[in-house]
Design a protein around this ligand. Structure first.
Ligand code: FAD
Length: 364
C-alpha cells in the first residue's frame, strides 16, 4: 500500500499519534506488514517520556538489553524503524480525528497538516506535553510576541534584554546560549538549587561573577505593562524586597505537564484519563482507531515499555485487518521470511511476491 501526496492531504495507511517509544516501535510492526505510517508528536523531538523526562537514566527491563539509558533506547528504536521511512511531523498536536463513511479517517494537526489515513493508532502516553504557563493577569496576551515557552528561532533574541524563568536544563541551556546573543540576560529562579546539570549551573554562576548576566532568586509577582506592551516583571526576592526587572523578551521554562488534550474529543470510550481497548487487537470503541502504550487501559494493564511493544504488534495486525478486511495475513519470522527481509532492506531479493514462506507459521 503506497503513500501519495494529494493536493490537500497526506494519504497513508496509518497515522500514529505520539512518537514515544511505543509510537516508534509501532512504525516497525506496521512496516513488517507492508503498511506505511506517518508519526506526529506535539514535542519538538522523538522519544516521549524517555527523552523529555529521564534521558540519562538507565533502563534495565527491556528484553535482551541488560541496561541502556532512555536516550539510547530511543536512538536504537529510531535506527530500527529507519528502513520504513515513516513521515515524522514534530512540534504539532493531532487536534482532529474524524471517521469517514468509507472506513478511513481525516486527521488534522495544530499546524494545519491534513492526513487521509486508513487507520489511526494512538500512542499518546500520558497525553501531549504542554508547557507550564505563567499564571499572571494578561500573560496570555503576549504569548508568541514577547512571552515564549519554547525557542523556535534564537536569532529573534539578538540584541534584546531577556528575562529567563526556570531552574531546569532548558532554562540553564538557553541562558548559556542566549547570553552570547542578547544585550542582557537575567535568570530568575525561586531558589538557589537547580534541577539542571551541575556543569551548566557552574558556568552560569561563573558568567554571573564575571558580570555577563544576572541571577535573581525570587518569585514573579506580576507583569509590568506599558501602552499595551510587556516591559518588565515585578519579582519578590528572597530578602523580602520587590524588584522591577525590565525586559524586551520573557522566556519561561517551568517544565512540561501532560494533558490528554484533544484525544478526549474523538468520541472514544475513556476510562478516566486513558482509552479503553480490547486486548485482541488494541482497538478502541471506534473501529479503525487503536490505542497502545501508556494511553490505553484494559484489565491487568501495566504501564511498561515492554507491554507497549506487545500491544504495537497486535495493533498492527488489527490495522491491517481494518484496511483489508478478511484478507489472510501470514505470520512470518524476520529470521526466515524473504518478504520481511526485503521490507527491512536486508535482502537483495528483487520481487515483491507475497508467497507464504514454507517455514512460516500460519496462525492468522
Ligand atoms: P510516551 O512516552 O508518554 O509518549 C507519548 C507521546 O505522545 C508524547 O511525546 C506526547 O507528546 C505525544 N502526544 C500525546 N498526545 C498527542 C497529540 N494529541 N498530538 C501529538 N502528540 C501527542 N518504563 C519501563 O518499562 N521501564 C523503566 O525502567 C521505566 N522507567 C521510567 C522512569 C521514569 C522517570 C518515568 C517517568 C517513566 C518510566 N517508565 C519506564 C515508563 C515509560 O517511560 C512509559 O511506559 C513509556 O514512555 C510509554 O511510552 P508511550 O510511547 O506509550 O508514551
Amino acid at each position: 500500500m503506497s503513500l501519495e501526496r494529494s493536493k490537500f492531504a497526506i494519504v497513508t495507511d496509518a497515522v500514529i499519534v505520539g512518537a514515544g517509544p511505543i509510537g516508534l516501535f509501532q512504525v516497525f510492526e506496521l512496516g513488517l506488514l507492508g503498511l506505511r505510517a506517518e508519526v506526529i508528536d506535539s514535542l519538538p523531538q522523538i522519544g516521549g517520556q524517555c527523552t523529555e523526562l529521564y534521558p540519562d537514566k538507565p533502563i534495565y527491563d527491556i528484553p535482551a538489553i541488560p541496561v541502556c539509558t532512555a536516550r539510547e533506547l530511543i536512538e536504537r528504536l529510531a535506527e530500527q524503524i529507519r528502513p520504513f521511512s515513516a513521515g515524522l511531523h514534530l512540534g504539532q498536536e493531532v487536534t482532529e480525528v474524524k471517521p469517514r463513511a468509507d472506513r478511513r479517517f481525516d486527521v488534522a494537526t495544530s499546524r494545519g497538516l491534513r492526513f487521509d489515513t486508513g487507520a489511526v493508532i494512538i500512542a499518546g502516553g500520558v497525553g501531549s506535553f504542554q508547557p507550564r504557563r505563567l499564571a499572571l493577569a494578561n500573560a496570555e496576551r503576549y504569548e508568541g510576541e514577547s512571552l515564549h515557552y519554547r525557542v523556535k528561532d534564537p536569532s529573534q533574541f539578538a540584541g534584546k534584554d531577556l528575562v529567563i524563568l526556570g531552574g531546569g536544563d532548558s532554562a540553564l541551556d538557553w541562558t548559556l546560549t542566549l547570553v552570547e546573543k542578547a544585550r542582557s540576560v537575567v535568570l530568575i529562579h525561586r531558589r538557589s538549587e537547580f534541577r539542571a546539570a551541575p556543569a551548566s549551573v557552574q558556568r552560569m554562576l561563573a558568567l554571573r561573577d564575571a558580570g555577563r548576566l544576572d541571577f535573581i532568586e525570587g518569585q514573579v509577582q506580576s507583569l509590568v505593562e506599558q501602552d499595551g506592551a510587556l516591559r518588565g516583571l515585578r519579582v519578590a526576592t528572597r530578602d523580602g524586597i520587590t524588584r522591577a526587572v525590565d525586559l524586551d523578551q520573557l522566556l519561561v521554562f517551568w517544565g512540561l505537564h501532560p494533558k490528554l488534550g484533544p484525544i478526549a474529543q474523538w468520541g472514544l470510550e475513556l476510562h478516566r484519563r486513558t482509552v479503553a481497548v480490547s486486548t485482541a487487537s488494541f482497538q478502541t470503541s471506534v473501529p479503525g482507531i487503536f490505542a497502545v502504550g501508556d494511553i490505553n487501559d484494559y484489565p491487568g494493564k501495566k504501564k511498561l515499555i515492554l507491554s507497549g511493544f506487545h500491544e504495537a504488534a497486535l495493533a498492527a495486525f488489527g490495522a491491517r485487518e481494518h484496511l483489508a478486511p478478511g484478507e489472510k495475513v501470514h505470520l512470518q519470522y524476520t529470521t526466515t521470511s524473504p518478504l520481511l527481509q526485503r521490507r527491512l532492506g536486508v535482502s537483495a531479493q528483487p520481487s515483491e511476491v507475497v508467497a507464504p514462506a514454507r517455514d512460516s507459521v500460519r496462525r492468522a
